[in-house]
Write a protein that binds this ligand. Structure first.
Ligand code: F6R
Length: 366
């Protein structure tokens, strides 16, 4: 059942190119630079009528939501707020009939996310769910659904569900941008082309597996890790830290790289590995200099950079090189070394990778 892999988590990591292909299948209208989302249930008129988007989720799905904010604001020019379900419910959120509320949940059963959706509906918002489990509670009660086609995810630490949530967000962004007239046909086509390249880029990134295992051996003794990223890659730093915490029980924190100097820089010494997400792209120079600040204070940098980046490779203790080919889909590709690093550290530490202590696959209590 694990298909020759030692753990479900590793099997699911390697299934990701397939999961992404399945999530794209039948949905791309490449000529029109648009997508078809069969269960979205929102007309162009309705999508035009919204004046804000609120995305609500928990845990890893919340990290996907943070990437979604970047995508939607960039391409659709609608303000997007992101909230943790258990926080949203206990505020007095500004939500009305012109709000689109998006719920992201792999299981579709997370109690706080379900309750947040009910609250949003009570206030008249249209609710769209991104779910992996067909006919789950959240999928059934939402006005519309964008299903991810990751297939059943057994490992408690979410991997393939997360990357397909990101794909669903790219697709939704195209639909929203095109329906509102904020995205041209050419821009839609370009984003589709970027997303179509993802499975092949992921296959390339998965070749890092053996290198990452070797790297993991050198950092097992660390008690704390810091993960840094900027822009769309900042949520991936959060996700990398969460994966490590959950399955290896090593404390880890994700931080926006530019915020480091406002506090966490005090933690840096030769005992603290710092994972720096520094792919080519618009934030490259800034993150590069944040990396230099870490090195100058004796921090041990594990950099994740674009293939062939000899400048990063020359500075960092370790450079994990990923194919980026344009920054648009970098968050998805960066996720792979994050997952592999957490996985190998956990395996080498001997923890129960698929069933980490105190965690449940679906959190149905509030
Ligand atoms: C982390 C993880 C959890 C879930 C969270 C939400 O690896 O799996 O943080 O992401 O419990 O679950 P769903 O997406 O099912 O609502």
């Amino acid at each position: 059942e694990k298909g020759g892999y030692k753990h479900f988590m590793l099997k699911e990591i390697f299934e990701q190119p397939r999961a992404v292909r399945d999530t794209l299948a039948g949905r791309l209208r490449e000529e029109e630079g648009d997508v078809y989302l069969e269960d979205l249930q929102l007309s162009d008129e309705q999508l035009k009528g919204i004046d804000r988007v609120t995305i609500i989720a928990c845990g890893t799905s919340w990290h996907a939501a943070l990437v979604g904010k970047f995508l939607i604001e960039e391409h659709c020019r609608v303000p997007v707020e992101v909230d943790i379900a258990s926080e949203f419910r206990y505020r007095n959120p500004v939500i009305d009939e012109k709000s689109l509320v998006m719920l992201i949940s792999q299981s579709g059963e997370t109690a706080d996310t379900l309750a947040a959706m009910r609250e949003a509906r009570r206030r008249g918002a249209k609710c769209v769910a991104i779910c992996n489990v067909v006919d789950s509670s959240i999928a059934r009660e939402a006005d519309g659904v964008v299903y991810t086609h990751a297939g059943p995810e057994i490992g408690v630490a979410s991997t393939k569900a997360f990357v397909t949530q990101l794909i669903a967000l790219y697709l939704f962004t195209i639909r929203l941008g095109r329906s509102r007239g904020m995205m041209t046909v050419d821009a839609g086509r370009a984003l589709i082309a970027a997303v179509v390249r993802v499975p092949a880029l992921m296959e390339e990134a998965l070749k890092l597996n053996e290198q990452v295992e070797k790297v993991a051996r050198n950092y097992l003794q660390a008690r704390d890790f810091l993960y840094l990223g900027r822009g769309m890659n900042y949520p991936i730093a959060l996700e990398g830290a969460l994966k490590l915490k959950e399955i290896s029980y090593i404390h880890a924190e994700g931080y926006p790289a530019g915020e480091m100097k406002h506090g966490p820089i005090a933690l840096i010494d030769e005992h603290m590995p710092v994972v720096v997400l520094v792919p080519q792209g618009s934030n490259y120079e800034k993150v590069f200099s944040n990396m230099e600040e870490v090195i100058a204070r004796g921090g041990r940098v594990i950099a994740v950079c674009s293939q062939g980046d000899s400048e990063v490779a020359a500075k960092a203790e370790v450079a994990l090189e990923i194919p980026t080919e344009g920054e648009e889909v970098a968050p998805i590709i960066l996720s792979i070394p994050m997952q592999l690093l957490a996985y190998h550290v956990a395996v080498l530490k001997g923890t129960d990778v698929d069933q980490p202590r105190n965690l449940a696959k679906s959190v149905t209590v509030e």
